[in-house]
Design a protein around this ligand. Structure first.
Ligand SMILES: C[S@@+](CC[C@H](N)C(=O)[O-])C[C@H]1O[C@@H](n2cnc3c(N)ncnc32)[C@H](O)[C@@H]1O
Length: 199
């Protein structure tokens, strides 16, 4: 089956992300991914975490085609068919999940997508469940790497509503919507993992 997209960063970051996920995901249940993109992450996680079920999603039809193609290629029974979710839309078309993942979306979408992510995730997660974010951020007291400064400028050139977010703004939003945390883990290439827990 053709249509499998390949993102170059995924080979580098999928195992470090998987290491963090092993420490935060529940023993059983449904893991919803927002902005699954190519689908390479979710099939990797599903292959290594066979005790969990995975629900990929993306607003782009091309991405959903790639996710379905990767799932078929890998022959994974614990990855559901991809669904269309725009994080900014309230409510989402899924009523419940035991964890929500969102990798590399917050900086490449308008702030409304992050607002929708928090509002919807709180609505579908049980108390104590994790919301996992991964990507580059601006942080007080942490010098932004030159590569991330250049990435931020490029994103803003492409769309003035995009750009690296200040972690403090994301944390404040999460707290206002009903999340505790964050727990931050340094990741390769000046990215971070950020884990919130629904209160
Ligand atoms: C840079 S790609 C990241 C894909 C994948 N998570 C990864 O890390 O390889 C950004 C993804 O965010 C998705 N996206 C953009 N705006 C979104 C929104 N409002 N809601 C959900 N996904 C969105 C895009 O369709 C795209 O698949």
């Amino acid at each position: 089956m053709s249509g499998r997209l390949r993102y170059t960063a995924t080979e580098r970051n999928r195992d470090p992300i998987l290491d963090v996920l092993r420490g935060i995901l529940p023993a059983r249940g449904l893991v919803l991914e927002i902005a699954s993109g190519s689908g390479e992450h979710i099939v990797h996680f599903a292959r290594h975490l066979p005790h969990l079920d995975f629900q990929p999603s993306d607003p782009e039809a091309t991405a959903r085609g790639s996710i379905a193609a990767w799932t078929a290629h890998e022959g994974l029974a614990n990855v559901r068919a991809p669904i269309e979710i725009d994080a900014a839309q309230i409510p989402w078309t899924i009523a419940a999940a035991d964890a929500v993942l969102c990798i590399n979306m917050i900086h490449i979408s308008p702030w409304a997508a992050t607002q929708g992510l928090m509002r919807n995730a709180v609505a579908i997660l049980p108390a104590g469940a994790p919301l996992y974010l991964y990507g580059p951020y601006v942080r007080a007291g942490v010098k932004t790497a030159p590569s991330n400064q250049a990435f931020d400028a490029d994103l803003r050139r492409r769309n003035p509503d995009w750009g690296l977010r200040d972690l403090a703004d994301v944390v404040a939003l999460a707290a206002s919507e009903g999340f505790g945390g964050p727990v931050v883990t340094e990741m390769p290439a000046n990215n971070i993992s950020v884990v919130f827990r629904r209160i």
